[in-house]
Structures are given as structure tokens and as C-alpha cells.
Design a protein. Structure first.
Length: 198
């Protein structure tokens, strides 16, 4: 436990974190550990990890594109929050206005990673016969592209899910086509996101 507290303290120094919550939780973890209260020390360390996840999430938001194709980012709707019930962070940005919109969500420690990796590893499972689901590659990363058609308007909506180690990147675009969503996905700095969320 002492090594873990030291490692987290070192991480705090090297990343130059100045968040007051992090410092407060670090002090609580140290004093609780020194006093033999391991439960409180553990809780404070979990809070520190949440603080780090939020800081990483805010760094990811900084590198997200201001535009996807012709859709401008609605930065006032940007959201970075702790992954409720799980370790990690949820990052959200949406694009466009009116009927033609897109949303980008990045979730670390996503519970869907295992299922998606199973789909991607089995060649006969990933592609549906009706074209509603297929495996695609975006910047060297495999993902699952799903198409849904509104029976009343006949407009197609697409969802692209790309597992990035333990993080799930999801891009949802309504009233689009396969070519357009793949062009939009290629504007996202996927490799930079992977480096930040590792």
C-alpha cells in the first residue's frame, strides 16, 4: 500500500497536477494510511484516481476537432465526467445543429469492450448479410459500423464503435451514409486519444 501511495504521489508531481481535490485526497490518503485506517486511505486513493481521469478527459477534449466535415462542435455541450459505478471517465462532444447532428463519446473502462472485441475477432460474426453491420478500419483501428434506417423517413443513421485498448470511442451520425461517417471518423485524432487514455 505504501508503494502505491508513493507511486501516485510521484505521478502527481510528474504530471504537475495542481487540482485542489487531488492534493486534498492525497493528504487524506497519507494521513489515513499513517493512522492505520486502510479503508479511508483506499477511498481517498480512489478519489485521486477519479481526479486523474477527469484531468485526462479534459486533455482529450482539447484535441478533439472543432469540426467534423461541415458540422461545427457545440463546445458548450462538452462534458467530462467520472464513469459512474466504474473506474474511468466519460467524454462527450456533439456536432451540428437541427436535424443533421453527430455525437462523439469516449468511455474508458467500457463494459462493452469485451463484446466488441469478440465481434472483431470472429470474421463471420462482424458482417451481417443485410449490410446493417460491418467491420471497418479507421486509422488502423478496427471498429463495428452499424446502420439503422428510419422506416418513416427512410433516412439512415450510423453508429461507429472502435475499441481502443480498454476505452470505447463511439461516433453516432444521423441522416448520413457510410462514406460520410468514415470521413468524419478519420478527422478524429484517434492515435493521440489512445496515448492520453492509456
Amino acid at each position: 500500500m505504501k508503494n502505491i501511495i508513493s507511486a501516485v504521489f510521484f505521478l502527481a508531481l510528474t504530471v504537475s497536477l495542481t487540482a485542489q481535490d487531488f492534493d486534498k485526497n492525497l493528504a487524506t490518503a497519507r494521513s489515513s494510511y499513517a493512522g492505520g485506517n486502510l479503508e479511508d486511505a483506499r477511498f481517498a486513493m480512489q478519489q485521486m484516481m477519479n481526479d486523474i481521469d477527469i484531468i485526462i478527459g479534459k486533455e482529450v477534449v482539447k484535441i478533439l476537432p472543432a469540426k467534423l466535415e461541415t458540422q461545427a462542435a457545440n463546445t458548450k455541450n462538452d462534458n467530462v465526467s467520472a464513469n459512474t459505478g466504474l473506474a474511468g471517465v466519460v467524454i462527450h462532444r456533439d456536432y451540428g445543429t437541427g436535424e443533421k447532428t453527430s455525437s462523439l463519446d469516449i468511455m474508458s473502462n467500457s463494459p462493452l469492450i469485451g463484446s466488441l472485441n469478440a465481434i472483431l475477432s470472429l470474421p463471420f460474426v462482424g458482417n451481417s448479410g443485410d449490410g446493417a453491420q460491418k467491420v471497418v478500419k479507421v486509422q488502423g483501428y478496427k471498429g463495428v459500423l452499424q446502420k439503422s434506417v428510419d422506416p418513416e423517413t427512410n433516412k439512415s443513421d450510423y453508429t461507429l464503435q472502435i475499441p481502443l485498448n480498454n476505452t470505447l470511442l463511439t461516433l453516432v451520425v444521423n441522416d448520413t451514409n457510410e462514406g460520410e461517417i468514415l470521413k468524419m471518423a478519420n478527422q478524429i485524432p484517434v492515435s493521440q486519444i489512445v496515448k492520453l487514455v492509456q
